[in-house]
Structure formats: structure tokens, C-alpha cells
Design a protein around this ligand. Structure first.
Ligand code: COS
Length: 381
């Protein structure tokens, strides 16, 4: 058992850290205020190979591992959780095609998704199908005459939805069968009948936009089916397993940075004639924050390493995300508390980090859903 990063992983971490300090940290506060998707910065991440970090070289990626991806996402999240979310959520798209797409779909969509020019999104959630994802009602009925699927329905809370060039839509091709009749279908931007509805105003990760997608007799060729008909729910669940490691990495980066800021501030801030780091109350906060963050880190890395070695990781991904996200809220809250009034002000990054941390307990599955997944793995359904 070796808990050290390899030489290559340390190098990757260094390169990404420098990139983040140079390109992402300077815009983080601004894109939080404006909520504008950072297209230029995203292109720079792409140019550096970060969007294709764990995609094989034959499809234009870097051929790295999921542990590499955790390093990348957590480093970005330290300075800008919204940018980390954009990268991590976009990466679901090439991952799904890599594992379930036809060779033609892989060749057409993965290279532009990892080299630039094709932003992907993942559309599962609906107004009445959040945690109960199997209750989705959007349909995709095959028109035998034209050989097209006709999509009707509304998806909501779709990250990157209004920016995306192509969306993986989970829709019922056989509504009578419920989730066993769900399929995964590619819908490209500009397809008649596909529109963007409400773009949400959120508490945090403002630059990672969240939109409603509307399908109104939207026709796509049947070649846009990903995998087999009726297998869409399994594809969605397996994609979410991987995505949960990504959210765990975002939460980890937020917690690591908040802890570092808290340590620095506690040593500098003098009250009652001494740095507040000398007060036992603050020392205990720091000890708890450090211990829990270390634990969160290893659960996230462990889930990623199981995925890398082809072992089952559904339960571990759920544990990693559950633990890291609760820790991110805990640590950003205490770091803000240690900063006192200054922490509440927008001159410091902590109020943004605190807001950004909250979503990690909700998206790609709530904490409560992860407890369902974990307890089912332990006890059976
Ligand atoms: N990987 C692959 N397949 C999976 C899977 C996984 N991790 N989890 C479940 N499945 C399969 C099951 O094997 C089952 O298939 P079979 O009937 O062929 O065996 C099918 O999916 C249905 O599974 P299950 O009966 O467990 O479904 P439930 O309706 O009970 O729902 C939960 C399971 C609650 C775990 C699921 O709905 C979920 O994860 N909800 C949260 C959704 C979410 O995270 N949304 C975030 C936003 S995404 S835009």
C-alpha cells in the first residue's frame, strides 16, 4: 500500500497549481459576481489537456487515470469551485460515450469534447424526478417511418445546459416499462424542437450555469441512441458513480484551501494580545478540520483508484462524495468563523467558498441518496 503520489502525479499537481494561480484564481471572484461562463479559461484548460485528462490518447485525451482527474479537479476547486464544476461535469459526456457509445459516436464527439469545440451536458433530472431519477417522464418515441426519435419533455437543473453543444438526454423510449424503458439519446444544439428554458439563479458556483431544457417534438436520428434501448437508467447510474468522485474532488479542494486559509489567518490575527492560533478553541477547530479533510482526501483517492483498477466502486464513490461534501461545508464554515467578520466580507474568498461548498451536498445525488446507495450495498435492497 503506497499513499504517495507518483512522480508524474506530483508533476501534474504542480503544473495544474501554477496554471490555476495564473489563469483561474484571478477571475474567480469576478465570475462569481457576474455568473458568466468563463469560455476563454475553459479553452485554456482544454489546451492544457485538462478536459481529456482521463480519456485515452486515441480519442485525443491524455491517457491519464481517475486519480489524475481528482488531482486536477481538486486543484482547480481550491481557487474556483465553479471552474472545477464546469470541467468535472463536462467530463461526464466523453466518459459516457467512451463506455457506452458506438465507435462512430466516440470518433465524432470525444475528440472535440476533449480538445475543444464541443461542450457536453448530462440531462437526467426533471421537475418531478430529482432523487427519484427513475420517475423521469421525458419521452423519446421512435418514428418507424422516418427512423427518428421524437423527444418531448422538460429537464431541469442541467449544468452547462444552455452552453452545451450536445446533451445526453435520458428519455423513455418505452414509457410502459418505467425506468427499464429509459434510453440515453444525444441531442445536438440547434436541433429543431430543442430549446433552453429558465437559466437558474443560484446560491453558489455562479459561473457554472444551470438551465432548464425543453424538448418539443424534437427529432433526432435513431443513430443518436447511446448504448441499447432500455439501458439508459443503468448508463445514468454508472455515469453518476464516476461523477460523484468528481464532486468529491471539488469538495476536497474547497476544504483543503479553506483549511490553509484558516491556518494562515489564525497565525496572523492578533486578539487579546496574541495570535488567535494560541487559543485552544481555535486549535481544536483546526485539528478537527485537518483530521476530517485528511480522511475525506483518502476516501476520494480510494474511490478513484478502485475505478482506475476496474474494481466495483459504486459504494466507495457514494461514501467519498458524502463524506467530502459534508466536510467541505464543515471546514468552509469553520474557516469563515475563524476569520470572523472578515470572513463574511466579499474581500475574502471564504464567503464564496462557503456558498460553493453547499452544492456538493446536493448535486450528482444528495447526501441522503448516498446513504441509500451505501446502506443498500451493506444490507441489500
Ligand atoms: N450502476 C449501474 N447500474 C445501476 C446502478 C449503478 N451504480 N445503480 C442501479 N443500477 C441499475 C440496477 O442494477 C437496476 O437495474 P436492473 O433492474 O436491471 O437490475 C436499475 O438500475 C434500477 O436500480 P434501482 O432499483 O436501485 O433504482 P431505484 O429507483 O431504487 O433508484 C437510486 C436508485 C435512488 C440510487 C437512484 O435513483 C439515484 O441515484 N438517484 C439520485 C439521482 C441523482 O444523483 N441525480 C443527480 C442529478 S443527475 S442530472
Amino acid at each position: 500500500m503506497d499513499f504517495n503520489l507518483t512522480e508524474g502525479q506530483r508533476m501534474l499537481q504542480k503544473v495544474v497549481r501554477e496554471f490555476v494561480e495564473r489563469e483561474i484564481e484571478p477571475i474567480a471572484a469576478e465570475i462569481d459576481k457576474t455568473g458568466v461562463f468563463p469560455s476563454e479559461t475553459f479553452q485554456k484548460m482544454t489546451d492544457l489537456g485538462l478536459t481529456g485528462i482521463s480519456i485515452p490518447e486515441e480519442y485525443g485525451g491524455c491517457g491519464g487515470t481517475d486519480v489524475d482527474k481528482v488531482i486536477v479537479v481538486s486543484e482547480i476547486a481550491r481557487k474556483c469551485a465553479a471552474s472545477a464544476a464546469i470541467l468535472s461535469i463536462h467530463s461526464i459526456f466523453p466518459q459516457v460515450l467512451l463506455h457506452f457509445g458506438s465507435e462512430e459516436q466516440k470518433r465524432k464527439f470525444i475528440p472535440p469534447a476533449v480538445r475543444g469545440g464541443c461542450l457536453g451536458a448530462f440531462a437526467l433530472t426533471e421537475p418531478d424526478a430529482g432523487s427519484d431519477a427513475g420517475a423521469a417522464k421525458t419521452t423519446a418515441m421512435l418514428d418507424e417511418e422516418t427512423g427518428e426519435y421524437v423527444l418531448n419533455g422538460t429537464k431541469c437543473f442541467i449544468s452547462g445546459g444552455s452552453q452545451a453543444d450536445v446533451v445526453l438526454v435520458f428519455a423513455l423510449t418505452d414509457p410502459k416499462k418505467g425506468l427499464k424503458g429509459m434510453s440515453c439519446i444525444l441531442v445536438e444544439k440547434g436541433t429543431p424542437g430543442f430549446g433552453v428554458g429558465k437559466v437558474e439563479e443560484k446560491m453558489g458556483i455562479h459561473a457554472s450555469e444551470t438551465a432548464e431544457l425543453i424538448f418539443d417534438n424534437c427529432r433526432v436520428p435513431k443513430e443518436n441512441l447511446v448504448g441499447k434501448e432500455g439501458k439508459g437508467f443503468g448508463i445514468a447510474m454508472s455515469a453518476l458513480d464516476g461523477a460523484r468522485i468528481g464532486v468529491g474532488a471539488q469538495a476536497l479542494g474547497l476544504a483543503e484551501e479553506a483549511l490553509e486559509l484558516a491556518v494562515k489567518y489564525a497565525k496572523e490575527r492578533v486578539q487579546f494580545g496574541k495570535p488567535i492560533a494560541k487559543l485552544q478553541g481555535i486549535q481544536w477547530y483546526i485539528a478537527d478540520m485537518a483530521t476530517k479533510t485528511e480522511a475525506a482526501k483518502w476516501l476520494v483517492y480510494y474511490a478513484a483508484s478502485l475505478k482506475d483498477t476496474g474494481k466495483p466502486y459504486t459504494k466507495e464513490a457514494a461514501m467519498a462524495k458524502l463524506n467530502a461534501s459534508e466536510n467541505a461545508r464543515f471546514v468552509t464554515n469553520l474557516a469563515l468563523q475563524i476569520h470572523g467578520g472578515y470572513g463574511y466580507m466579499q474581500d475574502y474568498p471564504l464567503e464564496r467558498m462557503y456558498r460553493d461548498a453547499k452544492i456538493t451536498e446536493i448535486y450528482e445525488g444528495t447526501s441522503e441518496i448516498h446513504k441509500v446507495v451505501i446502506s443498500r450495498a451493506m444490507l441489500g435492497k
